[in-house]
Write a protein that binds this ligand. Structure first.
Ligand code: Z5A
Length: 211
């Protein structure tokens, strides 16, 4: 069976990190060798970019720089981690990927989708096979994230910004129903984990059937 790229997406406090371990274990229980990544980050360069781009000290970062920094980290992740893993038949589970740029830099910052798509074509030419979108009302997500302590630069954005992010994610999910699974992330942790793992079970079964 060829490797697959599975991504987790969602707004602030949606619970991606919370379900990630369960999803990884679920893949491993199917006998799949899985590599875990996160964005921005996942490589030495990417983690340095993450530190830079989320640092509240850089409050004046323009939308264009933010978009390019996200893709600078992603280009490195694709070449250093994702492509080699997929080429050797391993699966990659990534906490955020290109949809986050469409949601945050596109929906949130107003960067044109065509510009993001152009970057995607040459900087990150690997499309996800399955995307689990953890969706919940912005106010609930911000309350969860706020309880964690000091906010990073992007977490300091307004409620309107995060409403646009959520709308952009939902629009993308509606446009690509074969790739996206939208999960109601306002449920209890165990229910969200179970729903995510059930989607993984179905996806693995379909992948095996088509191999
Ligand atoms: N970003 C971008 O702008 N463009 C891009 O292209 C990319 C990223 C790739 C870093 O992402 C930032 O980069 C992010 C988008 C931007 N914006 N900011 N800031 P990140 O994914 O590393 O960071 P994050 O979005 O801030 O993650 P998060 O807020 O930590 O969300 P999460 O991982 O989805 O949530 P969590 O840590 O699993 O859960 C948050 C809290 O809620 C925690 O206390 C949990 O115990 C609790 N929780 C989780 N699930 C539940 C349920 N079901 N019920 C109750 N409580 C829960």
């Amino acid at each position: 069976m060829r490797g697959r790229l599975v991504t987790l997406e969602g707004g602030e406090g949606a619970g991606k990190s919370t379900v990630l371990a369960a999803v990884r274990e679920s893949l491993q229980a199917h006998g799949i060798d899985v590599v875990v990544a996160r964005e921005p980050g996942g490589t030495v360069l990417g983690e340095a970019v993450r530190k830079l781009v989320l640092d509240p000290a850089h409050a004046g970062v323009c939308a264009e720089s933010e978009l390019l920094l996200m893709f600078a980290a992603r280009a490195q992740l694709v070449r250093e981690i994702i492509q080699p893993a997929l080429a050797s038949g391993r699966w990659v589970l990534s906490d955020r990927y290109t949809d986050a740029s469409y949601a945050y830099q596109g929906g949130g910052r107003g960067q044109p989708a065509g510009r993001i798509a152009e970057l995607e074509r040459w900087a990150a030419p690997v499309a996800p096979d399955l995307t689990l979108l953890l969706d919940l009302p912005v106010s609930e997500g911000l309350a969860r994230a706020g309880a964690r302590g000091e906010a990073d630069r992007i977490e300091r954005e307004s409620g309107d910004f995060f409403e646009r992010v959520r709308a952009a994610y939902r629009t993308r999910a509606a446009a690509e129903p074969a790739r996206f699974r939208v999960l109601d992330a306002s449920r209890a942790v165990d229910e969200v984990r179970a729903a995510a793992c059930a989607e993984i079970d179905r996806f693995v079964a379909a992948a095996r059937a088509s191999a």
